[in-house]
Design a protein around this ligand. Structure first.
Ligand code: NAD
Ligand code: UGA
Length: 481
C-alpha cells in the first residue's frame, strides 16, 4: 500500500451501514464536527426511509438523546441515503459499519464471522473511491481482517481513468453499549485506533480530538486493535456468566447474589460494574464475538483457549434454560394452557433491540411447555417478536395467535395470569403497584424477577409467591411472603 506523506483534513465522511452503530456514531461525529459532511449509506431502503422520517418514533434505532442530535444535524451535515456509490466517490474517509454475524454454513459454521458484507463494502470502495481514501473498520472483525480488506482494495481492477487511487486501512472498533450509545460516544472510556500509517492515524485522531481528551485516544498496531475489541466483549460477557453461575449457587445455599456482588465488587481489582445477575446476556455481539474468538483460537491451534471462552457461552445458554425450567417446576411441573405474563422482550432496557435477547429462549421454552404468553415491551414491535419466536415456522400465524400476544398495557400481562416473569429491567416495571396488579392474577400466583428490580418489602401481605434471581434468602415455595 502506498504511503501518503501528509495528514489530510477530512472534509467528507461516508459511513457504510446505518445500523445500531453506524447511525448513532455518525450522528455524534456530525454533531461534534459541523464542518465535516457525513453521508450514511445503507442497502436497506426501508431503514434509510426511517432514518429520514420526520416522525422520530419511526427511527430504526431507539437511543436516548439521539433524536435531539438528529434534529440539529440531519439535513445540515448529516444525510442518510441509499446512494452508496456516489457517496463513496466523494469521501476522504470511509467507515465500514456493516453487520458481521456468525456464519451459518461452510467452514467455521456456527463460530466464525461471516465477512461477506464487509467484503462487499471493500469491493465497492475499491471501485468507486477516488484519490486518497482512508478506510476505517468500525465493524467488529476477526483479527487480520484488515489484511483481507487491503488485498481487495489493492487487487480490484479499477477503470483506467482512476489509477490514482490510494488507500490506507485503520481499525477503530466501537465500544458503545445500546441504550447508552450517545453518552458512550460523547464520553468514551477510550477511543482505540490501530494502524501502521501514522498520517492516516493522525487524520482520524484529528476528528476524535475535538471532544475526546487526548489521553483517552489509544494508538496500537492494527491487529491489537482488532483483537482488543473481541477480547473486551469476551471479558464483559465472562463477568456476566461468572456472576450468573454464582446466582444459582446462591439460590441453593441461602446466599443473596446482590450481597455477594457488592462484596466482591468493593475490591478495586474486581470493580463493581457488570456484576448484576440477570436472565443471561443477550445482544447482537457478546455471543458472536466470543464464538469468533473461539474459532480464531481453534484456527491457531489453541484448543484449551477455545474451550475456556466457549464455556462462557455454554453457561449463558444453560442459565437461560435454568430459568424456564425453574418456572415450570414452581408451577407444579406443567405449564399446559397456563397464562404467563412476560415483562420485557428487549435484551436490556432502553433499546428496541431483541437480538439474542434471553426473552427469546425463555419464551420459546415456556411455549414449548404449553404456556400461553402475554408479552409487554415498551419499545419492541409485534413484528419483531413474531420474527424472533417463529423464525422458520410456515404456520406461524396460527401458532402465534394461540400461544402468545403482545399487549400494550403492563396490567394486561397480569390479567388471569398464573405467573409474571420480568425479563427486561425497564423503569416502568420498577414502578408497578403490586397491590393492584396481583389481584388480577389467578391464584396461586407467582412473580419471577430475573432482574432483581422488585423491592420484596412491597410484596408483604400480598397473596403472591415470589422468586428473585440469586436470592437464596427468599423461601416462598407454596408460602406467601
Ligand atoms: P446492524 O445490523 O444494526 O446494521 C448493519 C447495517 O449494515 C444494516 O442496516 C445493513 O443493511 C447494512 N449493510 C450490510 N451490508 C451492506 C452493504 N454492502 N452496503 C451498505 N449497507 C450494508 O448492525 P450493528 O449493530 O450496527 O453492528 C455493526 C457492526 O458493529 C458489527 O460488526 C457489530 O459487531 C459491531 N458493533 C455493534 C455494537 C452494537 O451495540 N450493536 C456495538 C459495537 C460494535
Ligand atoms: C456490549 C458492550 O458492553 C459494549 O462495550 C460493546 O460495544 C457492545 O456489546 C458490542 O460490541 O456490541 P451491549 O450489548 O449493547 O454492549 O449491552 P451491555 O450493556 O453490554 O449488555 C449486554 C447484555 O448483558 C445484556 O443482555 C445485559 O442485560 C446483560 N448484563 C449486563 C447483565 O446481565 N448484567 C450486567 O451486569 C450487565
Amino acid at each position: 500500500m502506498n504511503e501518503i506523506k501528509k495528514t489530510i483534513a477530512i472534509k467528507r465522511i461516508c459511513c457504510i451501514g446505518a445500523g445500531y452503530v453506524g447511525g448513532p456514531t455518525m450522528a455524534v461525529i456530525a454533531d461534534k464536527c459541523p464542518d465535516i459532511k457525513i453521508d450514511v449509506v445503507d442497502i436497506n431502503e426501508k431503514k434509510v426511509e426511517k432514518w429520514n422520517s420526520s416522525d422520530f418514533q419511526l427511527l430504526p434505532v431507539y437511543e436516548p438523546g439521539l433524536e435531539e442530535i438528529l434534529k440539529r444535524c440531519r439535513g445540515r451535515n448529516l444525510t442518510f441515503s441509499n446512494e452508496i456509490e456516489n457517496k463513496i466517490s466523494k469521501a476522504d474517509m470511509i467507515f465500514i459499519s456493516v453487520n458481521t454475524p456468525t456464519k451459518h454454513s461452510g467452514i467455521g459454521k456456527g463460530k466464525a464471522s461471516d465477512l461477506k458484507w464487509v467484503e462487499e463494502c471493500a469491493r465497492k470502495v475499491a471501485q468507486f473511491a477516488e484519490g486518497y481514501t482512508i478506510v476505517v473498520e468500525k465493524s467488529t472483525l476477526p483479527v487480520r481482517t484488515a489484511e483481507v480488506i487491503k488485498s481487495i482494495l489493492e487487487r480490484t481492477e479499477y477503470p483506467k481513468s482512476s489509477n490514482s487511487k490510494i488507500f490506507d486501512v485503520l481499525s477503530n472498533p466501537e465500544f458503545l453499549s445500546e441504550g447508552s450509545a450517545i453518552n458512550d460516544l460523547e464520553n468514551p472510556d477510550r477511543v482505540l485506533i490501530g494502524g501502521d500509517n501514522s498520517y492516516a492515524v493522525e487524520s482520524l485522531i484529528s476528528i476524535y480530538k475535538r471532544w475526546v481528551p487526548e489521553e483517552k485516544i489509544l494508538r496500537t498496531n492494527i491487529w491489537s486493535s482488532e483483537l482488543a475489541k473481541l477480547t473486551s466483549n469476551a471479558f464483559l460477557a465472562q463477568r456476566i456468566s461468572s456472576i450468573n453461575s454464582i446466582s444459582a449457587l446462591c439460590e441453593a445455599t441461602g446466599a443473596d447474589i446482590r450481597e455477594v456482588s457488592r462484596a466482591i465488587g468493593s475490591d478495586k481489582r474486581i470493580g463493581s460494574e457488570f456484576l448484576n445477575s440477570g436472565p443471561g446476556f443477550g445482544g447482537s455481539c457478546f455471543k458472536k464475538d466470543i464464538l469468533n474468538l473461539v474459532y480464531l483460537s481453534e484456527h491457531f491451534g489453541l484448543p484449551e483457549v477455545a474451550d475456556f471462552w466457549e464455556s462462557v457461552v455454554r453457561l449463558n445458554k444453560w442459565h437461560q434454560h435454568r430459568i424456564s425450567r425453574l418456572i415450570t417446576k414452581k408451577l407444579f411441573g406443567t405449564l399446559s394452557d397456563k397464562k404467563i405474563g412476560i415483562l420485557g422482550f428487549a435484551f436490556k432496557a432502553n433499546t428496541n433491540d431483541t437480538r439474542e435477547s434471553s426473552a427469546i429462549q425463555i419464551c420459546k421454552d415456556l411455549i414449548e411447555e404449553g404456556a400461553i404468553l402475554s408479552i409487554h415491551d415498551p419499545k419492541v414491535s409485534e413484528e419483531q417478536i413474531f420474527n424472533d419466536l417463529n423464525p422458520m415456522n410456515k404456520n406461524a400465524k396460527n401458532h402465534k395467535i394461540s400461544r402468545w400476544k403482545l399487549v400494550d398495557n403492563i396490567k394486561d400481562t397480569f390479567y388471569q395470569a398464573d405467573a409474571v416473569v420480568i425479563i427486561t429491567e425497564w423503569e416502568d416495571y420498577k414502578e408497578i403497584e403490586w397491590g393492584e396488579t396481583v389481584n388480577l392474577m389467578r391464584s396461586p400466583s407467582w412473580v419471577f424477577d430475573t432482574r432483581s428490580i422488585v423491592d420484596k418489602n412491597k410484596l408483604k401481605n400480598l397473596k403472591l409467591n415470589f422468586w428473585q434471581i440469586g436470592n437464596g434468602a427468599i423461601k416462598t415455595e407454596n408460602n406467601f411472603l
